[in-house]
Design a binder for this molecule. Structure first.
Ligand SMILES: *[C@@H]1O[C@H](CO)[C@@H](O)[C@H](O)[C@H]1NC(C)=O
Length: 494
């Protein structure tokens, strides 16, 4: 009798253990492209995002959340947990014929989640290099991949031209794919739904869904702009329609996860990759500047998390969180290990996000140091860092910008044009700005001349970071990449 009882107890414990394994949350990581701070409903946008608003409202809105000013850099940090100064990707995006990629010397997010028992699937944009097979998503921890390897192609034909080099940029795993005529948000949404439907729920799922939406070119099936006929600016109206498709796609996918019985155990992370592009319908008002700038409009991103397992729900988090934090955060959340990575710049934020028991361990963010950008103005005599170089760093409440930060206008959305700020006077040689971002999140009051000791401390911090930088890798275009040599497709050529 006694042995029977202990056998039963043992079985129960075992069952619990197995169940414990199976209850690792599924992870849905959704990235929007060029989605601006003022383009989501809950930031007061004229664009309607009912699904995203509901998810963010039930979850945790990250309102002190930072990304990088452009695409490849943000994605590189998301996947590797490492700053660009440590991966050689300090300058620019990877253009299709550039033989470049996120270095292979440090395991990335899907590899670590796979080690932790996850099925790993990616649907959408890659943009982390593809000149050699080793750089493709399916060589870097994804069980499957459907999407495009570069950026900025046509939403319907999936063609991308770079100068005279033109080709289709769409792959199903490593096979060229042809879905001409199918709008990418719908195509990716359907493919993501298939991944979920075909998933064996005994295994936790990691689904990475980086949408093409809402990057230029401005294209959308007509019915999605109907609710926005009151927006007179055609670019903004089209863009609003593009946001609506993405919002609908996310809503649809959550329904599929519910039908499959997976939703209650899914942690969803939503993030933009950078600020909105003013010249292509996006908007970041009241933040200053936009995509491709070191102003807040370039880097202060939209982000939220959602999940029934979260200890805190329906709240706003003002903890300082950066896109490089997702790698250690998600891996630690699922009990994985970070063995074998190069030193990480990301910080594990799981307890900060989940239950608020630990304040963010992140005190600073290196927004970037770009050694290839043309220097501006004069070097300060006593400066430990060459302040002519394009760079920005955050430390606590303070943000320092050096060199050329990019366009620093405040641009209200077209229907609010009357509120346009007076043009800032052109100071061509100016190369240092200091802001207290907590008090002045829209960067109206540059205090660099009155807070010189803070400027010096921040320059010292930049100098320290700069000592750890690897050389920037920004190779020339390789003519062998031309799709005309590869059956009309962009793909590995080396
Ligand atoms: C969402 O689902 C509806 C109903 O099935 C469908 O008509 C619509 O095209 C889907 N939207 C997207 C973006 O896939």
């Amino acid at each position: 009798m006694k042995t029977l009882l202990s056998a039963a107890v043992l079985l129960a414990v075992l069952a619990c253990f197995i169940e414990g394994q199976a209850t690792k949350p599924h992870i849905l990581l959704v990235i929007a492209d060029d989605f601006g701070y003022n383009d989501i409903g809950y930031h007061g946008s004229e664009i309607k995002t009912p699904n995203l608003d509901k998810l963010a409202g039930e979850g945790i809105k990250l309102e002190n959340y930072y990304v990088q000013p452009i695409c490849t850099p943000t994605r590189s940090q998301l996947m590797s947990g490492r700053y660009q100064i440590h991966t050689g990707l300090q300058h620019g995006v990877i253009f299709p014929p550039q033989p470049n990629g996120l270095p292979l010397d440090s395991p990335i997010l899907p590899e670590k989640l796979k080690e932790a028992g996850y099925a790993t699937h990616a649907v959408g944009k890659w943009h982390l290099g593809f000149y050699k097979k080793e750089y493709l998503p399916t060589s870097r921890g994804f069980d499957s991949y459907f999407g495009y390897l570069s950026g900025a192609e046509d939403y319907f034909t999936h063609e991308r031209c770079f100068g005279k080099m033109c080709g289709t940029d769409l792959h199903d795993n490593t096979n060229p794919a042809s879905y001409s005529g199918q709008y990418s948000a719908q195509l990716f949404s359907h493919r993501a739904a298939d991944v979920v439907k075909n998933h064996n729920t005994n295994q936790p799922l990691f689904l990475y869904l980086p949408f093409q939406s809402v990057h230029a070119p401005l294209q959308v099936p007509e019915q999605y702009t109907k609710p926005y006929m009151h927006i007179k600016d055609v670019q903004r109206r089209t863009y609003a329609g593009m946001v609506s498709v993405m919002d609908e796609a996310v809503g649809n996918l959550t329904e599929v996860l519910k039908q499959k019985g997976m939703w209650d155990n899914t942690l969803m992370v939503f993030s933009t990759d950078n600020g909105g592009q003013i010249h292509a319908g996006g908007n970041n008002y009241p933040l200053r500047g936009w995509k491709n700038s070191l102003w807040e409009g370039g880097v202060h991103g939209v982000g939220f998390v959602h999940g029934q397992m979260l200890k805190r729900k329906g709240i706003v988090s003002r903890d300082l969180i950066h896109v490089s934090d997702w790698f250690p955060t998600l891996v630690s959340m699922v009990g994985g290990n970070l063995n074998g990575t190069q030193p990480l710049d990301g910080v594990d934020q799981w307890r900060t996000i989940n239950d608020g028991s630990t304040p963010s361990q992140r005190k600073s963010i290196l927004h970037n140091i770009d050694p290839l950008y043309p220097p501006v103005g004069q070097r300060l005599l006593s400066s430990p860092f060459d302040n002519r170089i394009r760079a920005a760093v955050r430390m606590g409440d303070w943000k320092l910008i050096t060199g050329f930060p990019g366009n620093g206008s405040w641009v209200p959305p077209p229907h609010m044009k009357s509120q346009e700020m007076p043009k800032i006077k052109n100071e061509a040689e100016k190369n240092i700005w200091l802001f207290n971002i907590t008090e002045d999140p829209n960067e109206h009051n540059d205090v660099s001349s009155t807070m010189q000791h803070v400027v010096m401390n921040m320059l010292e911090l930049l100098a320290q970071y700069n000592k750890t930088a690897v050389p920037c890798r920004y190779p020339n275009i390789d003519p062998r990449a031309d799709p005309k040599y590869h059956g009309g497709y962009w793909g590995p050529w080396e």
